[in-house]
Design a protein around this ligand. Structure first.
Ligand code: NAD
Length: 316
């Protein structure tokens, strides 16, 4: 396993990070005991970065991850989130940040997290995020309940804007750097690198679309993008290549991202994803994949308040 410093924090996550949303059954039912074994096997293989959120399975992911980490907490870097967990969706108030973190700590069975992230900021009012949520997260850091703080979301321009106006330690962006979409390098990444902000890339399999299975029924991408991913799947099958390994390796090669978060719920997926660390991408196959994805390249979906949507992206 290789490790990379996360911006100017003192954290050194494994380049392959464990996304715990499938433990909350966000992608369908799982075998909970097998999920716990997958967490243990990941730690034994050197994976040290675990990302969860109260939102994943409406607390189920945190509860299961907390259970799996009993006796192993000191071997991992633990990241969770706040503000996307109330019955009606989002609450970016200072009070909610403080209460939510205390609730997360109880579920996770720990007295601190290594990273507290404001979840999916494009659903919030920019001023409230800057004046309430982030200062409350900073206070939690000063109180020793969170070692570092960050923001997450889909809309790159808002992530960058908020990071320009409030000194966050990390930014987690998802679905913006993968085989089909790479605009993270155009927006956000240059600024993050200039300021030494830790950059986390999530959803390297494009939320399950770049695997050999069917994407989840709720997948937000346009049908054309999903159809192009199905063609990529067929091309990889013809070439005898595991699409998830190729898709993940593509992301692991990013020169600035510290850790790539892939969602996993069993040891079979974990083994496949660990194999991606040594996977060699065939240049001719990558060219073919690029040509299949070219017509839909950069297409992203609407997420969050309309005023927070990227101006430069092809939103549909
Ligand atoms: P992903 O691209 O990692 O895809 C996950 C899906 O692929 C799941 O169905 C998983 O079971 C499946 N999968 C994983 N490895 C596989 C393999 N080798 N073969 C076949 N299928 C495989 O998408 P994701 O889970 O959404 O993203 C990863 C993690 O990043 C999440 O769990 C979460 O921790 C984080 N994330 C955060 C945000 C946010 O903060 N807004 C958004 C998205 C993701």
């Amino acid at each position: 396993m290789r490790y990379r410093r996360l911006g100017r924090t003192d954290l050194e996550p494994s380049i392959l990070g464990y996304g715990a949303s499938p433990l909350g059954e966000e992608f369908g039912p799982i075998d909970a005991a097998e999920g716990e074994r997958a967490v243990h096997a990941a730690i034994d293989a050197g994976v040290n970065f675990f990302d969860t959120a109260p939102y994943y399975g409406r607390t189920l992911s945190e509860t299961r991850l907390g259970q799996a980490l009993r006796g192993r907490r000191d071997r991992v870097i633990l990241a969770t989130k706040c503000c996307r967990d109330t019955a009606d969706g989002f609450d970016f108030s200072a009070r909610r940040v403080t209460d939510s973190l205390d609730e997360s700590l109880r579920r996770l069975g720990t007295d601190y997290v290594d990273l507290l992230q404001i979840h999916d900021i494009e659903f919030g009012d920019r001023r409230q995020i800057l004046e309430e949520a982030l200062p409350a997260a900073r206070r939690a850091q000063q109180a020793g309940k969170a070692r570092w703080i960050g923001v997450t979301g889909l809309q790159l321009e808002m992530l960058e804007d908020v990071a320009r106006r409030f000194e966050v330690d990390t930014v987690l962006s998802y679905a913006r750097y993968n085989l089909a979409i790479t605009d993270l390098d155009r927006s956000l990444r240059p600024f993050a690198e200039e300021r030494g902000i830790g950059l986390i890339n999530a959803s390297p399999l494009l939320l399950g679309a770049l695997t050999h299975g069917a994407p989840p029924p709720w997948h937000p991408a346009a049908p054309e993008l999903l159809e192009a991913c199905a063609k990529v799947d067929a091309a990889c099958r013809d070439a005898g290549v595991a699409l998830p390994a190729l898709a993940l390796r593509f992301c692991l090669d990013h020169p600035y991202v510290s850790t790539t978060l892939v969602g996993m719920s069993n040891r079979e997926q974990l083994a496949m994803n660990l194999a991606a660390l040594d996977f060699e991408i065939d240049a001719a196959l990558l060219r073919k994949i690029r040509s299949l994805l070219e017509p839909v390249s950069g297409r992203i979906w609407a997420s969050g308040l309309p005023e927070n949507h990227d101006q430069a992206a092809k939103i549909q």
